[in-house]
Every structure is written in C-alpha cells, then in structure tokens.
Write a protein that binds this ligand. Structure first.
Ligand code: PMP
Length: 289
C-alpha cells in the first residue's frame, strides 16, 4: 500500500507522523472520508470544498490548492489501483511544541490513504439496523461546530461507546436543546407521508455529502425533502428512518430505543433511494485514470 504524505508516495511502514504533531496531541486537524465507485472518485469536488471550509473554520492554512489536493486524491487511488474503495484525506496542524498554540506549528501535514471500508455487515442493509439515542449530546455549535469535520471526534467516540455498550452499532445524538442532531458518523432522515425531513446543520449536523445527494435524488424521484427541526417524537412516529454517510451509504433503521420504526425493516422509500443512489454513484465522479 502506498500512502500520499506531503507530496510524496511512501510505503505504508514509512507513512508516519511525529509524536509532536498537534493532530495527535490535540486532535487539531481536519479530514474527509471519500468513496470511489466504478473507477471514479465520488463527488470529489464537494469533499475538497468541505475540507477547505473545515480548515478555514479552524484557521488551518492548507499548503496546496484545492485543485492539487484533488489531484493528490486521484494519484493515491492510482498508486493503489483503487477503483472501488474508501479514501481518507487528513490535514493535521503539524509538528509544534507541547502547548496548545497552533501558530507554533509551521507545516501542516497532508495525508491521503486509499483503501477499503465495510462499516456495517451487508445483512443489515436488508434487515435494517437497530439503533438507540444516547446521553452524550452533540457539541454545541459554539463549542466545536459539528459542521467542522475535525480530527477531534471524541464527542462521536463517546456516543459510539454508549451505542456499542447498549448492544447496537449506531446511535442518534441530540443537541443541547434536545433536538435531533445526527448519528455518530452519519446523518439521519425521517420519512413520513412520502416526504423526507432531516435536521438543519444549525441543530448540530454535519452537512453530509451523501445527505445532500440524497435530498437531490429524492426531489427527482418525487419525494419532497427538506430540513426541519426534529425531536425523538418525529423519529419514533416516522414511517421510515434511514441514515446516510459516505461509508454507510444509505441504511434503513429498524428500531430506535427498542421501538419498532414503521414496519421494522427498510421501507419502500429507503429502498428506492438506496437503489437510485447506487446507480447515481456509479456514474458521478472524477475519473481515476
Ligand atoms: N455526520 C458525521 C458526524 C460524520 O462523521 C459523517 C461522515 N462519516 C456524516 C455525518 C456523513 O457525511 P458524508 O455523507 O459527507 O460522509
């Protein structure tokens, strides 16, 4: 496996960063998870744009242009002969001193890894996934804004621990006001009467690239989709609930807090969207060669 590290392709064992990197010491950095389908990097420009927005939000100057960054992603796929896979793009604050001051870090580190991912077992896409709501709240938007895809994922990790300890693989986090924010690594949608609703980003959701694509596809298929403030009530009483994410794709939710959602398996809207998304993903992206 070849890893892109600061402009060079290096062997996996040589792809190392310093213990003084603030990405490690403080979770000070940003990242993207991207998929390749059928020899194309899916919605690459959207991921690059979000990466640069995340970096600006934490005052991290990325040492290359968005265009060069996109080329680095494609080159990493090529170097690893990835046609269908998962790409992790990371920019850390870089090496600094043992103190928080990010301005002591002179050189951000740019890392790109192209490999594979299987987030949830295949069967769960057929049966639907049971999830829970957890006590860990999504970060307040004036703490670490959840729109920033930062390396500081401890909030999400704490939520994931609660989910796994409750015997499920994913969970819903509420925001400090008690409204639904998102899952620990995915966005959430509720379907009712053929209409889709998902929390607005100000409720503590990442502006998911899959979320946006699903909203566009849904509108084309005749399912109006909009952002709306949601409570647990809206999830419990929905006809269908599903999660979206680059790694998860579209996965139906069978139960929340042991309450059956809809028919207790992925419903017709979820299934139709999942099929449309799979078709769309095969044909929309930046060619790898
Ligand atoms: N929310 C969180 C917290 C995430 O980490 C992710 C990405 N894994 C998502 C939502 C989904 O975003 P995207 O569709 O862009 O992958």
């Amino acid at each position: 496996m070849k890893i892109y590290l600061n402009g060079r392709m290096v062997a996996k064992r040589d792809a190392v960063v310093s213990v003084f990197d603030h990405g490690l010491l403080y979770g000070d950095g940003v990242f993207e998870g991207i998929r390749a389908y059928n020899g194309r990097v899916f919605l690459l420009d959207e991921h690059i744009a979000r990466l640069y927005d995340s970096a600006r939000a934490i005052a991290l100057p990325i040492p290359l242009t968005p265009k060069r960054m996109a080329e680095a992603v494609v080159a990493t796929c090529n170097a690893n002969r990835v046609r269908d896979g998962y790409i992790r793009l990371v920019v850390t604050r870089g090496v600094g001193t043992l103190g928080l001051n990010p301005y002591n870090c002179r050189r951000p580190q740019v890392i790109c890894i192209a490999g594979a991912i299987q987030l949830y077992p295949r069967e769960l896409y057929e049966t639907g996934m049971a999830i829970v709501t957890v006590g860990t709240l999504r970060n307040h938007t004036e703490a670490i804004n959840p729109r920033i895809k930062s390396l500081n994922y401890l909030n999400n990790v704490l939520a994931k621990i609660e989910a796994i300890n409750a015997g499920v693989m994913e969970c819903i986090l509420l925001n400090p006001q008690g409204f639904v924010a998102e899952a620990s690594g995915d966005n959430v949608f509720a379907v009712r009467g053929g209409e889709l609703r998902t929390p607005p980003t100000w409720c503590g959701a990442l502006r998911g690239i899959t979320r946006d694509a699903v909203m566009r596809l849904a509108a084309e298929l005749g399912y109006p989709a909009r952002e709306e403030v949601l409570t647990r009530y809206d999830l419990y009483t929905a006809d269908e609930v599903f999660l979206t994410g680059t790694a998860a794709e579209i996965i139906g939710v069978s139960a929340i807090d042991r309450r059956r959602i809809g028919a207790g398996k992925p419903g017709p809207v979820t299934r139709r969207l999942a099929a449309a998304f799979a078709e769309y993903a095969r044909s929309h992206g930046t060619p790898i060669r």
